[in-house]
Write a protein that binds this ligand. Structure first.
Ligand code: GDP
Ligand code: IMO
Ligand code: MG
Length: 433
């Protein structure tokens, strides 16, 4: 029956992990379909003394839901060391990870690609992307250049050796002659990758077939994006993007589930905006207000610990996310972080070279020059973390949410008022489609 896509609407860190976790026990499988350990999802379970905080990078958020099958789809790039570290860390905390399955067609992040990511960034200097340095870009580049290492290659040493040799013949030249680095030893790389094979093998399966069978049995599958709409390699603020398709379209190619199976698209959107790394960000606040958002929202990266750039809500970005992803429901997160702001500006359009733009401009150079046109809303001071229905919110908070909903052109079906699982207002049932 239903396959539900869950994406980020802005530049990442909207609270996708919490949103997926919220869907909870009614979900039979959660699939990660793009990206790798560049993602960082913080999920808070329980409250008071029993409060547990989990930081996930590579594993789908469904790993925390008992009975749910967590799936790493073919569209993911896997750092095997990180995968097993994360599994061991969760097991040590009593989380059962035994249901995890991995696509044999997913690509593996080889050690030379981590190095290449880091040296390329250093080489770019002021023009750097601000990547997470995890080897994501070079691994996807290898996939497209058809010199990538796939999970299935790990199980035949001769095949693995031939593939690593093929990739390193070129890459060692680049590392030595351009970046003045040491060449990678082919056998050492093969040994490192092969050392994971035995432990990985029982997890590897035809994930596309498995998911299709689950859907045939009327079970619920959530396809959870890493990153977000404006970090998508095609639809984002290129070149300041990640190297995969983080929008709803990527859910099909990255999982092997056809578009005709998708019943709804949930987009997670913050009540303000953040961005990590370089690139244009029209509503960015470089003053004390930005500091306040960063501190109140604990806006420091789950993956790299970098302070996140903060700014006001951008409704042009929200509308764009609705259009690109075909959003059926929004989950609005972190409304509580705005409590105490005397007024809250929202970007409703841009002015670029004296011309008003109600939609995202297609040219990167134009977007670089976008000046936000703001509409300002009155703030509220009441603590909203205990609100559990829409009517529990103060009038100004309700008006803010209603205005955003109209501007982004899709219903806001849940509202986050705190990091905890229960700190949520359910306006409509997200799974009832
Ligand atoms: P993701 O990458 O989209 O999964 O998001 P991250 O986990 O990187 O960042 C979102 C952060 O906000 C996490 O620390 C969450 O615990 C937290 N969070 C999620 N929803 C809310 C909310 O409604 N209010 C507050 N205060 N924090 C939230
Ligand atoms: P989640 O899933 C925020 C950003 C990096 C950099 C750019 C490219 O937690 O929302 P990469 O290492 O992917 O080549 O870096 O993308 N980036 C993210 N920003 N949240 C993420 O993931 C991100 N994953 C990558 O900061 O600007
Ligand atoms: Mg994150």
């Amino acid at each position: 029956m239903p396959a539900i896509v869950l994406v980020g609407a802005q530049w990442g860190d909207e609270g996708k992990g919490k949103a997926t976790d919220l869907l909870g026990s009614r979900v039979d499988a959660v699939v990660k379909f793009n990206g790798g350990n560049n993602a960082g999802h913080t999920i808070v379970i329980g409250s008071g003394e029993a409060k547990q905080k989990y930081a996930l990078h590579l594993l789908p958020s469904g790993i925390l839901t008992p009975g749910c099958v967590p799936v790493i789809g073919n569209g993911v790039v896997i750092d095997l060391g990180v995968l097993f570290e994360e599994i061991d860390g969760l097991e040590a905390r009593g989380v059962d990870t035994s249901k995890l399955v991995v696509s044999g067609s997913a690509h593996v992040i080889a050690p030379y690609n981590r190095t290449l990511d880091q040296v390329t960034e250093r080489f770019l200097g002021k023009s750097k992307i601000g990547t997470t340095g995890r080897g994501i870009g070079p691994t996807y580049a290898d996939k497209m250049s058809r010199i990538g290492i796939r999970v299935q290659d790990l199980f035949d040493r001769d095949v693995l050796h031939a593939k690593v040799t093929g990739a390193l013949t070129l890459k060692n030249q680049t590392l030595v002659k351009i970046y003045n680095r040491k060449a990678f030893d082919i056998d050492a790389v093969v040994d490192e990758l092969a050392s994971y094979a035995e432990r990985l093998k029982p997890m590897v399966t035809d994930t596309s077939l498995l998911l299709q069978q689950m859907l045939d049995e009327d079970r619920t599958v959530v396809l959870e994006a890493g990153q977000a709409t404006l970090l998508d390699v095609d639809h984002g603020t290129y070149p300041f993007v990640t190297s995969s398709n983080a929008t709803a379209g990527g859910a099909c190619t990255g999982s092997g589930i056809p578009p005709t199976r998708i019943s709804s698209v949930i987009a997670v959107i913050k009540a303000y905006t953040t961005r990590v790394g370089e690139g244009p960000f029209p509503t960015e606040l470089l003053d004390i207000k930005g500091e306040i958002l960063r501190n109140n929202g604990a806006e420091f990266g789950t993956t790299t610990g970098r302070p996140r750039r903060c700014g006001w809500f951008d409704a042009v970005v929200g509308r764009y996310a609705t259009r690109i992803n075909g959003v059926t429901d929004f989950v609005l997160t972190k409304l509580d972080v705005l409590t105490g702001m005397d007024e809250i500006p929202v970007c409703v359009a841009y002015e670029i070279d004296g011309v008003r733009y109600d939609e995202l401009p297609t040219g990167q150079a134009l977007f670089d020059r976008a000046i936000p046109i703001y509409e300002t809303f009155p703030g509220w001071t009441e603590d909203i973390s205990q609100a559990r229905t829409f009517d529990d919110l103060p009038r100004n908070a309700r008006d803010y949410v209603t205005a955003l909903e109209q501007m982004i052109k899709a219903p806001i079906s849940a509202i986050g008022v705190g990091p905890g699982r229960d700190e949520t207002i359910a306006v409509r049932d997200l799974l009832d489609r």
